[in-house]
Design a protein around this ligand. Sequence first.
Ligand SMILES: [Mn+2]
Length: 317
Amino acid sequence: MITVRPSPVHDTLLFSQPCDDLDTLDAHIAFLGIPFGAAYDQFAVSSEQSKGPDAIRRATDRIVRGLDHYDFDIGGTLLNGQPVRMADCGNVAGHPSDPRIHQNNAEQAVRKILKAGAMPIILGGDHSTPIPIFKALEELGKPVILIQIDAHLDWRKEINGEVEGLSSPIRRASEMAHIGEIFQIGLRASGSARTEEYEAALAYGSHLIPASEVHDQGMAAILDRIPDGANYYLTIDADGMDPSLMPAVLGPAFGGLLYPQMLTLIHGLVKKGRVLGMDIVEIAPERDQNRRTVIAAGRFIFNLIGAAVRANYFNRA
Ligand SMILES: [Mn+2]
C-alpha cells in the first residue's frame, strides 16, 4: 500500500485551509495539484505545465479579493455564509524514474478525496493529469458523463509507446466502464488527432462540438444537449479557451471559448445535476501575460464552487 502524502502547501488556493495528510482530510472541497504526467520524452518529465498548480495558487488575491467580498459572477460571497470547508492538499510528488509511481499516487490521492466525501478540484499538469482522476472516479460507483473543454480531441492510443500521455486522456476515458457519454467542446484547428482518431471518437458516440458551433448557437443551446440529472466530471484544457483569454498554453488556437460561455457552462452544469469534480490543465505559467491565464483558471474554480454552494451541494454536516 502506497502512502499518499502530498508535498506541503505553502500558498493555499482561495484562502483555503492547508491539509498535508489526506488520511485526515475533513472538507467539502479539496484542491490537489498533480504537476507531473507521463512524458513522451525526457525533456517533458518536468514540463512547463508542471508549474501550473503553484502559479494558480499564487494568483489567489486576484482571483478573489477576499472571502468576505461581494462577487458579481455569483451574486454574493463565495461561500454565501454557509459552513463550507475548503482544503488545499498540496501537490502529488513526482517520481522521475517511473511516471507510473506518481500517477498511481495521484489516483490514490483522488480516491482518498472521494472517500472523504469531498469534491476534488485538481490543478494540472498537462492533459495526462486527468487519466488517474478518471480511474479514481470509479470509487463513486456511479456512471459519469465526461465534459471536456479543449481545442483538441485527445484520442491517441499512444505516442512514443506512452499510452497515458497528454494526447490520450479521452481515449482512456472511453475505455472505462463508469464513463458514459462524452461531450468534447471547443474543438478547432489541429492537434495530435489524425482522421483515424476522429473516426474512433465518432464510433464511440462522442459528442464533438467545435468552438464555432458554440459561437453560432450559444453555450445554452449546447448545455441543452447534455442530459439532465446526471453526474458530470469537467476536464478543462486551457487551450480550449481563446488565447486572448488564456494565452499561457503551448499551442494557441484562435477562435476558442470565451469567459462568458464558460460561466454559462459551469453554472448550467451545476444546476443540471451533480458536478463531481473538475480539473484545469495545460497551463504554462512562464508564457502568461498579466497572469490572466491563471486568474481565468481560478475564476472557473471560483464560479464552480460559488454555484455549487448555491445549489446546496454541501449541506451535509
Ligand atoms: Mn487536451
